[in-house]
Design a protein around this ligand. Structure first.
Ligand SMILES: Nc1ncnc2c1ncn2[C@@H]1O[C@H](COP(=O)(O)OP(=O)(O)OP(=O)(O)O)[C@@H](O)[C@H]1O
Length: 319
């Protein structure tokens, strides 16, 4: 990759303030960066929209900040601009995208990645017009994200999600959805449409999913009782959710989901955002994601094997 200027969007609230860790990474990388600090939720989107294509843009924060920056790039693309490649400096609580692409979280490894990233093309997901890199979910997971105590998250990090998740298994709020994929209809208690293998950290939700595929894996969970929800939760922590006998994983480019239990919340890349009904598809605007070299090489080997072109095929006018 050529040595373009580096812009870093930093969320000082991600994962508690990790400014010192960021300074140490940038010092080790030895690059001069333009550092843009967010001052409010949604700010990363505004900042990313203005970063031009000749820069390399890194988001120092969690998956939520990365999602905002991704949406800023989508805004810029819709306005007709070329956009910069996007990378992650993982400072958040769960950092699922960093886990997905195998980015080591030690300062020196991140510094090496900043200086010498690989690159893959990704067609982000779109849900009701909002872009996502990782996943969109509804049911116990979205209720958990919507109701997690921010005070507790500050104190115990991911543990706050575990406690709220258990509460939502015992006292489920929303668990009756209808998923339409092509001509098929599924009545389920929970669903996650994922572009990533990983979920909630290092848990594997769908081993066949890939950020660089032109499909999403739709994980359908029909069981709505306490025992079923508890089993799904435990199976997820053992990376075995996908092979529960009542769970199915369907590959899809487009789906719609409606609620039979009122205006249920959505979680998008781990943040609570919007409510059902929703339409999910893949964005016609691909982005360049900066990843560790090993991940880029593996993706390219897989592409050679499957004869997939370098840049994703656009389907703007299709179906
Ligand atoms: N200056 C700020 N003050 C308050 N909130 C902010 C600020 N900048 C960004 N945010 C918000 O912080 C939220 C959480 O950020 P982010 O996802 O990056 O960190 P995290 O939640 O710790 O990590 P993860 O998503 O990996 O669990 C985002 O929704 C974002 O809108």
């Amino acid at each position: 990759m050529t040595h373009a200027g580096v812009t870093v969007i930093f969320n000082p609230r991600a994962g508690g303030n990790k400014q010192r860790f960021l300074s140490s990474i940038l010092q080790k990388a030895g690059v001069k960066v333009e550092l843009l600090q967010t001052t409010h939720p949604g700010h990363a989107r505004e900042l990313a929209r203005k970063v031009r294509a000749h820069q390399r843009l890194f988001v120092a924060g969690g998956d939520g900040s990365l999602n905002e920056a991704l949406n800023g790039l989508l805004d810029a693309q819709i306005e007709g601009h070329e956009v910069p490649p996007l990378g992650i400096i993982p400072l958040g609580t769960a950092n699922v995208l960093a886990v997905e692409v195998g980015l080591d979280i030690r300062a020196q490894a991140i510094a090496d990645y900043i200086n010498n990233p690989g690159q893959v093309w990704v067609r982000p997901g779109l849900v009701n017009g909002r872009a996502f890199f990782l996943m969109v979910g509804m049911g116990a997971d979205a209720d958990t994200v919507a109701n997690v105590s921010l005070k507790l998250k500050k104190l115990i990090g991911k543990g706050a999600y575990v406690l709220e998740g258990i509460r939502n298994i015992i006292f489920p709020r929303h668990r009756d959805f209808e998923v339409s994929i092509g001509r098929e209809q599924y009545r389920v208690a929970g669903v996650v449409a994922t572009h990533a293998k990983h979920y909630g950290g290092a848990f594997v939700i769908s081993p066949d999913a890939s950020l660089t595929d032109n499909t999403l894996d739709v994980v359908l969970m029909p069981g709505s009782g306490f025992m079923a929800l508890a089993r799904y939760g435990i199976a997820l922590t053992l990376n075995r959710l996908h092979d529960q006998t009542d769970v199915s994983v369907v590959k899809a480019e487009r789906l719609t989901i409606t609620s039979h239990c009122g205006p249920a919340p959505l979680q998008i890349d781990g943040e609570s955002a919007g409510k059902l009904p929703c339409e999910i598809s893949l964005s016609p605007y691909p982005v360049r994601l900066m990843v560790p070299q090993a991940y880029a090489n593996l993706s390219n080997v897989a592409k050679d094997h499957q004869d997939i072109p370098d840049r994703p095929i656009l389907q703007i006018a299709a179906d």
